[in-house]
Design a protein around this ligand. Sequence first.
Ligand SMILES: O=C(O)c1ccc[n+]([C@@H]2O[C@H](COP(=O)([O-])O)[C@@H](O)[C@H]2O)c1
Ligand SMILES: Cc1cc2nc[nH]c2cc1C
Length: 350
Amino acid sequence: MIDYTDVSPLSEDAMVNARSRVDSLSKPLGSLGQLEEYAVKLAGIRGFIGGTLAKRAVLVFAADNGIYEQGITPVPQEVTPMQTINIANGIAGVNALAAQAGAEVVVYNVGVARELKRKNIVDSLVMHGTNDMATGPAMTREQCEQAMKAGYEAATAHAGYDVLGLGEMGICNTSTTAAVASVLLGKSVVDMTGRGAGITDEQYQKKVSVIEQAIERNRPDAADPVDVISKVGGLDIAAMTGAYLACAHNRVPVVIDGFISACAALCAMRICPESVSYMFASHKSYEQGYSAIANALGLSPALTLEMRLGEGSGCPLMFYILEASLRILEDMGTFADGSIDPSEFVDLRK
Ligand SMILES: O=C(O)c1ccc[n+]([C@@H]2O[C@H](COP(=O)([O-])O)[C@@H](O)[C@H]2O)c1
Ligand SMILES: Cc1cc2nc[nH]c2cc1C
């Protein structure tokens, strides 16, 4: 049995040392803003100051969702396996961005509805798509736990990496995410529901009412994230939840992509609050509801690019920013090096 709460706090010593190094650098205190915070947090996670993030990967979890049967999207469900194959073959958005950032992309099939055997896709199949949550639970608790375990093992297989990013592929997973986030945050479904990969006004109304119906019918227990994912979530959300918790256990910095990835981070936080110390939010997804999740996590996304692709596509961009935060520690000179005396400088930090 995996103990999902087995996560250590960050190294205080490393963070104190990193902060003092940051404050000794030749610049007004705090003037490198969030880059300074990232450098300190990375030190706390890794237990040492600076270094580099040379080994990088984005893990992508693919799964289908039974709610598709309700006719809430014009996108055919077949796009899930097609795009999963595209990601594995290196021609999707995440691949272009990851290649530029020197990151690998590893694809896991946790629940694609049709048979998907490929050498370049890791087979972690739990079931061929969840059940329709509008008419009953999406999956059993055991199936949810199996997907969480698959995600945990996927991230643990990359425990030697310097940084990981978590993404997904699955038609209708903005509906499962809206359902899970609405239950966990106690927010209305309409507040958490966006237009996903693209829908009309009419389809939007239907999407909201179908998600409301799913919650009403399954009555998930908001205090039990595994119950919420099992009843109104998806296998991709479950797998990413397990993967976030593994990254925290293994002390590997982990980057959140968009709406669905952030929802899994929230599930991980509800299982083990300390796990958030290991997470970085890459970009503010355009999908409605993203900010409520980021606020609950207590994380501010570094970038606002109006992206809403998924696939882990925001993660490689954040790898650049995190690497930049380490370059400051490694490559800048100190006040002493430049013979500047900062003792009369005003500290503008809050
Ligand atoms: O990550 C995001 O912020 C995001 C926002 C909107 C859509 N997506 C992607 O689009 C798909 C889900 O959209 P939908 O409309 O089928 O629920 C799924 O494959 C996600 O990767 C992803
Ligand atoms: C084409 C396409 C690519 C995607 N990548 C992630 N979600 C997606 C949804 C669609 C529809």
